[in-house]
Design a protein around this ligand. Structure first.
Ligand SMILES: Nc1ncnc2c1ncn2[C@@H]1O[C@H](COP(=O)(O)OP(=O)(O)OP(=O)(O)O)[C@@H](O)[C@H]1O
Length: 847
């Protein structure tokens, strides 16, 4: 097996590649090298001169690629091979990544022509190589730099590594020549490894194929270094992540969803590296492997994280790395003690034409394409090793070795399986492939059984005679690894196909495509949102309507209240004025009858006013609510004979009242005491009226405040203005009334003083001389603090010129005139106010 010389290597690959060559140049050479190996597989020829030069005379050539075994590469794409990318592919930009693959195909001819110029393979040969489809399985060998720095010494004698020819040869006892798809020398960096061994596969995964990359090799040979890399030299995993996102960026016609899981198989147990430590008192649920016709073999329960950026994805993986079991071993200070599997699930589907954020609704209406789900598995295997002294390491090593042995067995038997497959005996195939013997082989089953593109990176460390590696029997391990790689290349058959698109719109209810599930969920949520919005709008409309009704109701109530207030105020005012009129009439009658001294005009006017007053008093009698005194007077005023009006006016109470009614001077003239009583009653009336007004005012204020509080939508400025105006008006009215009240008070005081003066003066029956009386009267008026009106009245032609009797009547006359004047003022006021109220009412009704 594997011992063959039937492969042609490109003559170009014989030339050494200076490692310090420019990146582009190196990559181009790498491409040519790959083409060389492809051509080699397809042509099945190899130049004898090369063979002699590489292997040396007498050393048989080993190749893992017999010409008879050419796995099929999916040919529906224009570039069916997992070819190395163009030099520009290192560019982390999407364009660099996506275009590089295409560009490689496009410029392949050019490169090849350049190769041909220097003696390369004819173009037709290359095309036929592509058609043969080799490349679903890529096997590469990477040589780690010798830790002892002995490279270039005796190693060169025993081992010969040629990156150009992808060849490793050993001149020892089990010597031979091993040719792979790629051989990376100790000088090749991680970027080159990724470009040649994994980049194409990653791109294929993005297109819908399943892909598996795994690193295999003895402990300490650089598996983790190749897969993870370092900060300065990122490995396969970070570079693949960069390319995944580059591809997404460069594929505007498709949409993607990425989820990632990370597990390790340690001592034949699967652990979820993303699950985090279990909560106190809880044990982590054991992860088991299940199989299903759609998903194949998968681990469950396993945490999957949806990632949206390279940074996020790298962070998730770094978290898993930290959780991975690592220990120091004889060969590696930081040896991975488990097989670590990063799985990136790629869901993708065609974007609906015309879709976009602005056309979300349109998009929801259109049925999108089905979702394609593919998986990229990036596996860093634990290293095979010899039995360690430490018991724990021995146990780990035992499990590691066992699983790797099973892997080797499965791969070794795949060749026999291949024949059975062609004969159609699949039951036999299942039986003799021990996938279930280890968790690792079970998990790798889909990849190994041909459903996936595979790239195997085998790491070795070559130890020359006398070197550390040699002393540690690396040679045997290295040869084992090389043989494993050869078997893998020879035996693994991959007929990977693009994953089928899951039916959209949930036809496949069990679909694990989150993209579809999310789309359906989004649709459902959007529908709910629309319903909610509609309901909210309706509710808001109803609420607004209710608020409007409430407001209208309140406004109506307030208007009613205002009208009521206005009516009450008017009524009270009318009553009050009626009462005043009655008092005035009584006094007027008295004045007409009794007061001897009256100017002619004044008398005439008094007579007129009596007529009016009498009429009005009769008319308003029904509504009057006057104090007792007034009521009495009003009840009799209409029938009272003109000769004795006062007795009727002041009531027919016996005793003092009678005396008053007759008059102090026995001529029917009202006494000052009666006048004072009448005025006091009037005063009481006014006080009552004021307190009523104050009460109404308070009510109006309260209602106005509550209206302002309730009017939370928008302030009704004009209404508030109206209320304020009303309040102001009421305030003014009260102030006015208070002023009048004060006047009255002063008047009453003045009358009382006058009465007292008269009482003092009457016993002597001597009227003072005119000047003296005038003086006294003036003094009285001054000392009583009479109002301006009084002063004015008293400074006119006063009854002070009259005899004593007339003088008393003169005081009453002055007072009567004052009341008349007040009445006329009130009349004006009433008219003004009622007209204002009427206009107010009209205004509010108009509203
Ligand atoms: N190509 C390389 N260039 C430079 N250093 C390397 C290379 N390969 C491996 N190393 C170094 O060798 C050491 C061991 O490498 P690494 O841990 O990757 O080995 P491994 O195969 O993963 O071992 P194990 O199986 O024990 O986990 C590390 O310090 C790493 O940096």
């Amino acid at each position: 097996m594997g011992r063959t010389s039937g492969h042609t290597t490109s003559p170009l690959s014989l030339s050494a590649t200076p490692e310090d060559a420019p990146e582009g140049q190196r990559s181009a050479r790498s491409s040519r090298s790959s083409i060389g190996s492809t051509t080699r597989d397809s042509t099945g020829r190899r130049s004898s001169s090369n063979r002699t030069k590489v292997a040396g005379p007498g050393i048989p050539l080993r190749s893992p690629l017999p010409s008879s075994r050419l796995p099929d590469w999916p040919l529906e794409a224009n570039n069916g091979l997992l070819n190395p990318p163009s030099p520009r592919s290192r560019n982390s930009s999407a364009h660099g990544s996506y275009a590089s693959a295409t560009t490689f195909e496009d410029i392949g001819e050019e490169i090849f022509i350049a190769d041909a110029v220097s003696g390369g393979i004819p173009a037709t040969d290359r095309q036929s190589a592509q058609k043969d489809g080799n490349g679903n399985v890529i096997v590469s060998v990477r040589v780690r730099p010798d830790a002892g720095g002995n490279e270039g010494g005796k190693t060169e004698v025993e081992w010969m590594v040629d990156g150009r020819k992808s060849l490793v040869s050993y001149r020892g006892r089990e010597g031979g020549e091993y040719i792979y798809d790629n051989v990376f020398t100790a000088h090749d960096n991680n970027a080159k490894v990724y470009d040649s061994a994994a980049k194409r596969l990653v791109r294929r995964v993005m297109e819908g194929y399943h892909g598996t990359v795994f690193a295999y090799g003895m402990t300490g040979t650089g598996k983790t270094f190749s897969m993870q890399g370092t900060a300065t030299s990122p490995g396969v995993i970070p570079l693949a992540i960069t390319d995944i996102f580059s591809f997404i960026r460069e594929s505007p016609h498709r949409e993607f969803l990425l989820r990632v899981s990370y597990l390790e198989i340690y001592n034949e147990k699967i652990h979820d590296l993303l699950a985090g430590p279990p909560m106190a008192g809880q044990t982590q649920e054991e992860v088991k492997l299940r199989e299903d016709s759609k998903r194949g073999v998968y681990a469950t329960p396993l945490k999957e994280e949806i990632v949206q950026s390279p940074t996020q994805l790298l962070r998730v993986i770094a978290r898993g790395d930290n959780a991975r079991r690592v220990s120091s071993t004889q060969y590696n200070a930081r040896s991975s003690r488990s097989h670590a599997v990063v799985q990136i699930v790629v869901e993708s589907r065609d974007r609906v034409p015309g879709s976009g954020t602005l056309h979300e609704s349109k998009r929801a209406a259109l049925a999108p394409g089905g979702v394609r789900v593919s998986t990229l598995s990036l596996i860093d295997l634990a290293g095979s090793e010899r039995a360690a002294e430490n018991k724990e390491r021995r146990t780990e090593g035992g499990h590691i070795n066992k699983s790797l042995l099973t892997l080797g067995t499965v791969i070794a038997r795949l060749s026999g399986d291949k024949e059975k497959e062609s004969s159609g005996n699949t039951a036999d195939k299942e039986k003799h492939l021990p996938y279930r013997d280890s968790k690792l082989t079970r998990l790798l089953q889909p990849a190994l059984s041909g459903n996936s593109l595979v790239s195997i990176l085998c790491t070795v460390q070559l130890g020359s005679v006398g070197s550390v590696a040699s002393a540690n029997s690396h040679t045997g391990e290295t040869l084992n690894t090389l043989k494993f790689a050869s078997r893998a290349k020879n035996n693994i058959v991959s007929h990977a196909k693009k994953a089928e698109e899951a039916l959209p719109n949930g036809a496949d209810a069990g679909s694990r495509a989150l993209l579809d599930r999310y789309r359906m969920e989004i649709q459902e949520l959007r529908k709910q949102l629309e319903n909610q919005t509609r309901e909210q709008t309706n509710a808001r409309d109803e609420e607004e309507e209710r608020a409007r009704e409430l407001e209208a109701e309140q406004r109506h109530e307030e208007q009613m209240l205002e009208m009521q207030l206005a009516r009450t105020a008017l009524k009270e005012r009318i009553e009050h004025l009626n009462r005043l009129i009655l008092s005035s009439k009584s006094l007027g009658v008295n004045a007409n009858r009794s007061f001897g001294y009256q100017p002619r005009e004044s008398l005439a006017s008094n007579n007129d006013s009596h007529i009016v007053s009498q009429r009005s008093s009769t008319a308003s009698r029904a509504t009057l609510e006057v104090p007792n005194l007034n009521r009495k007077s009003s009840s009799s005023s209409g029938d009272s004979p003109p000769s004795r009006p006062f007795s009727n006016t002041l009531g027919a109470e016996p005793g003092s009242e009678e005396e008053d009614s007759i008059g102090e001077y026995g001529d029917g003239t009202a006494t000052q005491a009666a006048q004072i009583r009448a005025l006091q009653a009037d005063l009481a009336d006014r006080n009552r009226y004021i307190s009523t007004l104050e009460l109404r005012l308070r009510q109006a204020r309260r209602s106005s405040n509550s209206r302002v509080t309730m009017a939370f939508h928008k302030p009704q400025l004009h209404e508030e203005g109206g209320a304020e105006a009303l309040l102001k008006e009421k305030d003014a009215e009260i102030a006015e009334l208070r002023a009048r009240l004060d006047d009255k008070d002063r008047m009453v005081t003045a009358l009382r003083t006058a009465a007292r003066q008269r009482d003092i003066a009457s016993p002597s029956k001597e009227a003072p001389a005119l000047p003296e009386r005038r003086r006294i009267s003036a003094h009285r008026s001054q000392s009583s603090g009479a109002s301006e009106t009084q002063k004015k009245t008293m400074s006119g032609p006063l009854p002070l010129l009259l005899p004593e009797k007339e003088s008393a009547g003169g005081d009453v006359d002055v007072m009567t005139r004052m009341i008349d004047s007040m009445m006329s003022d009130n009349g004006v006021l009433l008219t003004r106010k009622s007209s204002r109220r009427t206009s107010l009412r009209t205004g509010s009704e108009g509203r």
